[in-house]
Design a protein around this ligand. Structure first.
Ligand code: B12
Length: 216
């Protein structure tokens, strides 16, 4: 294989250009060459998406461009998923994850889920635009952790709405609630009464394990 750096660079550009076939091909090339999942994600795909966000903010990219980039990244991610799956291992705990109501961004949530599954959690993915009732219903069936993702400043408040709904339903003490997503911060997490915050998909794992008293 051509040197790693050049392929990572090409993958970054494939995400940036929304070139799904190239993103898949290059991801496969990196996997075959022995690149670590983290390297593929954090040194190519995620920086690519961040650049897409910057271009959108500057008015150079519009929603359709964001969408094709997201699809290109998702195609690559699908190839990474099987590498993280553990078989025949008793799950550490059940986790319910979703993107909050009003928000359809799911790449970060899906990454967090991938990492959590890889670390041995059983994860129920509720998808996007998830109302509080749906989080509550899914969590009532033995979940230890509820994870919420939000990418919009306008949907972040729905994390608090969901936490308050857990309290109102008398279930707040039964689950640990963790939050994440680009605009979410540790301070915000504390302010809304979440139990934990993760800045990235790896931290989703460490924060969940720490909250459950499982060695990290
Ligand atoms: C791709 C994208 C889209 C795609 C989403 C496709 C998809 N399937 O997800 C589409 C085109 C649909 C879209 C739509 C919109 N988008 Co958009 N989008 C983005 C973009 C470019 C990338 C997001 C992304 O995937 N990042 C990569 C992932 C890996 O990062 P991440 O989500 O932060 O996740 C990481 C961590 O945060 C953490 N994490 C995430 N979730 C969780 C959960 C837990 C529990 C934990 C512990 C950790 C964790 O782990 C992840 C991995 O490290 C961002 C720009 C950006 N840089 O964020 C804008 C951005 C989020 N979008 C934006 C906007 C404005 C919109 C629209 C309103 C545009 C419009 N006019 O219609 C709509 C809103 C639609 C809606 N109702 O949700 C703005 C938000 C601004 C704001 N202040 O709120 C941004 C920031 C762009 C910008 N710079 O202006 N978007």
């Amino acid at each position: 294989m051509a040197d790693f750096e050049a392929v990572l660079d090409a993958l970054y550009n494939a995400v940036l250009d929304g070139n799904a076939p190239a993103a898949k091909k290059l991801t496969q090339e990196l996997i075959d060459g022995g690149a670590a999942v983290e390297t593929i994600l954090y040194d190519a795909m995620i920086p690519g998406m961040n650049e897409v966000g910057r271009l959108f903010e500057q008015g150079e990219y519009f929603v359709p461009e964001m969408l094709v980039s997201a699809n290109a990244m998702k195609g690559g991610m699908e190839l990474l998923q099987p590498l993280l799956e553990l078989s025949d291992v008793k799950p550490i705990a059940k986790v319910v994850m979703g993107t909050v109501r009003g928000d359809v961004h799911d790449i970060g949530k899906n990454l967090a889920i991938m990492m959590m599954k890889g670390a041995g959690f059983q994860v129920i993915d509720l998808g996007v635009n998830v109302p509080p009732e749906k989080f509550i219903e899914a969590a009532s069936d033995g979940a230890a952790i509820v994870g919420m993702s939000a990418l919009l400043t306008t949907t972040m408040p729905n994390m608090k709405v969901t936490i308050d709904a857990f309290t109102a339903a008398g279930l707040r003490d039964r689950v640990k609630i963790i939050v994440g997503g680009a605009p979410v911060t540790e301070e915000f997490a504390i302010e809304i009464g979440a139990d934990g915050y993760g800045a990235n998909a790896n931290q989703a794992v460490t924060v969940a394990k720490t909250l459950l008293g499982v060695p990290v």
